[in-house]
Design a protein around this ligand. Structure first.
Ligand code: PXL
Length: 277
């Protein structure tokens, strides 16, 4: 069985970060090890959330793992806390990177043109540096605009997205995948660039005009779990995009749907069918 390490916060209520990564990657038949970077009562879109930083635990945890000779088929990071934490996580990459595993960074820090409340531009630049250490990076357009100094735009053409992808891979990652790429009112999707082959990849599906928190985490967790099942990034991308879209659709149809996250649990059987599990 493959083993993934995912490093992100626990938002105790909120359907994001570890509370979606653990169930999705596990459901895909992959052992999921975690480093919780912080414990919050909820994600940061709620008011008055509590926050307990766990940075001091990261080095002791990884030191123990080294003694136990534990290794990972991939390391996937999501929402992190502070610039100091990013430095420590870069050390974790150095310790656990091998010739055969992959590092995937989702620079979860912004959406809809704005950084999340806890972050500033210095944090975004540090996250760009961490993305440079990844094999695959998965930002949305807002996150990318902060990392590569391009103006954030609500509407754009292919040349804007291609320029953004080129600048993202120039940070150092082999593959950059931009989420939430929409060239018209009917479709939305994902566009990626493989730096080595200089090949762009575009996948689109029907657009649902409603945003929910945690959908970037659901996309990234699914992508990582599907890759661990032996599929390529171009095969994993449509599966992750379709699953995320279905989660949004089911939440909209549910009269008890939560405002703060999507019904990803309800759609796991669909995901498993897509990967023949
Ligand atoms: O990636 C979503 C996310 C994860 N973790 C925390 C958040 C958010 C989005 O707002 O606040 C703590």
């Amino acid at each position: 069985m493959k083993r993934i390490l995912t490093i992100q916060d626990i938002s105790c209520v909120g359907k994001c970060s570890l509370t979606v990564a653990l169930p999705i990657i596990s459901a895909l038949g992959v052992e999921t090890a975690i480093i919780p970077t912080a414990v919050l009562s909820t994600h940061t879109m709620f008011k008055n959330f509590t926050f307990k930083d766990l940075t001091d635990e990261i080095i002791p945890i990884t030191r123990h793992w080294k003694e136990e000779k534990i290794d990972f088929d991939s390391i996937y990071t999501g929402y992190l806390g502070t610039i100091k934490q990013i430095d420590i996580i870069a050390d974790v990459f150095d310790q656990f990177k091998t010739d055969n595993n992959q590092i995937i960074v989702d620079p979860a820090m912004a959406d809809n043109g704005k950084l999340y409340p806890a972050f500033d531009e210095a944090y975004a630049k540090k996250m760009a540096w961490l993305c440079g250490k990844a094999d695959i990076m998965i930002p949305n357009i807002t996150e990318a605009s902060f990392m590569v100094d391009m103006e954030y735009k609500d509407s754009y053409d292919q040349s804007y997205i291609k320029e953004m992808l080129k600048r993202l891979t120039d940070l150092g990652a082999k593959i950059a995948i931009l989420t939430g790429v929409s060239f018209d009112d009917q479709f939305t999707g994902v566009m990626g660039l493989d730096k080595q082959s200089n090949e762009f990849f575009h996948y689109k599906h029907d657009k649902i005009n409603r945003c929910y928190h945690g959908t970037g985490d659901i996309f990234a967790s699914t992508f990582v779990g599907v890759l661990a099942n032996g599929l390529s990034w171009k095969e994993a991308t449509p599966i992750a995009a379709d699953y995320t879209a279905l989660c949004i659709q089911k939440t909209l149809e549910d009269k008890d749907g939560r405002w703060y996250g999507v019904n990803f649990e309800q759609c796991i059987p669909y995901l498993l069918k897509r990967v023949n599990k």
